[in-house]
Design a binder for this molecule. Structure first.
Ligand code: 2U9
Length: 344
């Protein structure tokens, strides 16, 4: 029995020494020290050992067990250390290596302008309303005092899907839907940003799909002064500078009277330059008092309530703001162009 225990000790010690993985080491532990292990197997022969020898064999067996335990623990440490060194070697981070460039995108210049316009009006108590881009002829035209044969329809050449369904040509139908939803309650104070579609040939200042931000205020006693006051404040906040504004008479079927609002040129301050075609003024939006027929059509008594509305093209404002000369840049997704707005 003693020799067999000694032989087992040497054989186990050299096996432990020779393994190269923690897995193999675990198997060795089971094979030699496990319940069904070889050491246990030898000790089952204890009954055949003389009683006076049993304590000797017993302590030898325990001494061999703890010796093998230590050998295994030492080997385990060594293998874990080697495994860690391997991983550190493989995963060694050469911090001097240039980092992988993660090209960070940025907000599209158009969306930057739209969000800025929204923030300004939200700051003046407006809510943002949105609606469907595929619209009915009734909401897009009829409800805005542009009956079937109205010449304004040609001005807004449209993408019809069916005789009654088209891609909206302005976001004005959203205001009509919002008024209907308010069932005659006041105040109505909303802005409606969104994409609109006009059958236009794309050129430096026109695109078949572009964005608009329109707005509407309906309440008791709303007058042109509110219109001018709110829109002049808006313009100053948008360009972040004191500027002059002026209203010029205009015409829209859905507003009466109608105006266009000019601001003093943000580039030359009004002295005249290429941007303002030496007029000193730049037109930034159209507006007007909501036509009584439009109010009535949306469920508002035009005797009791009045309102003003306005509309602008963020594309056009972005052209002004960033001094860009071709609207198509906004739609061609040329990274060389878009990267210029990283910091916007
Ligand atoms: C309702 C009543 C009135 C919206 C308005 C304009 C003037 C306007 C142009 C701006 C640039 C169109 O994209 S553009 O070319 N729009 O000048 N829009 S008043 O009037 C409304 C809207 C809804 C119920």
């Amino acid at each position: 029995m003693k020799d067999r225990l000694q032989a087992l000790k040497e054989e186990a010690a050299s096996s432990i020494e020779s393994v190269s993985t923690l897995e193999q080491l675990k198997d060795l532990r089971v094979r030699y020290l496990g319940k069904k292990g070889e050491l246990t197997a030898i000790l089952r022969g204890m009954k055949d050992v003389s009683p006076e020898e049993r304590p000797v064999i017993g302590s030898l067996a325990n001494e061999i067990r703890s010796f093998l335990e230590q050998e295994i623990a030492a080997k385990e440490d060594q293998l874990e250390r080697e495994a860690l060194e391997d991983r550190l070697r493989e995963e060694k981070l050469d911090v001097t290596l240039p980092g992988k460039p993660y090209p960070v995108g940025s907000i599209h210049p158009l969306n930057a302008v739209i969000e800025q316009v929204e923030d300004i009006f939200i700051g003046m108590g407006f809510e943002v309303a949105e609606g469907p881009e595929v619209e009915t002829d009734s909401y897009n035209f009829e409800a805005l005092n542009i009956p079937k044969d109205h010449p304004a329809r040609d001005m807004q050449d449209s993408f019809y899907i069916t005789p009654e369904i088209l891609l909206r040509t302005h976001t004005s139908p959203v205001q009509v839907r919002s008024m209907e939803a308010k069932e005659g309650r006041v105040p109505v104070k909303i802005i409606c940003p969104g994409k609109v579609y006009r059958r236009d040939d794309d050129d430096a200042t026109h695109s078949h799909q572009f964005t608009q931000v329109e707005g509407l205020v309906v309440d008791r006693g709303i007058a042109m002064s509110e219109l001018h006051g709110i829109l002049a404040t808006f313009a100053e906040k948008l360009f972040g500078m004191k500027l002059e504004t002026r209203l010029r008479p205009s015409f829209f079927p859905f507003t009466e009277p109608s105006v266009e609002m000019d601001i003093s040129c943000v580039q030359c301050g009004g002295d005249g330059c290429r941007m303002c075609k030496n007029s000193g003024w730049i037109e930034i939006l159209g507006a007007g008092m909501v036509h009584p027929r439009v109010l009535e059509g949306a469920g508002y008594d035009s005797e009791r309530y009045t309102g003003f509305a306005f509309g602008m093209g963020p594309d056009r404002i972005a052209l002004l703001k960033y001094g860009i000369d071709d609207i198509r840049h906004f739609y061609t997704n040329d990274l060389r162009f878009l990267r210029q707005f990283q910091s916007v």
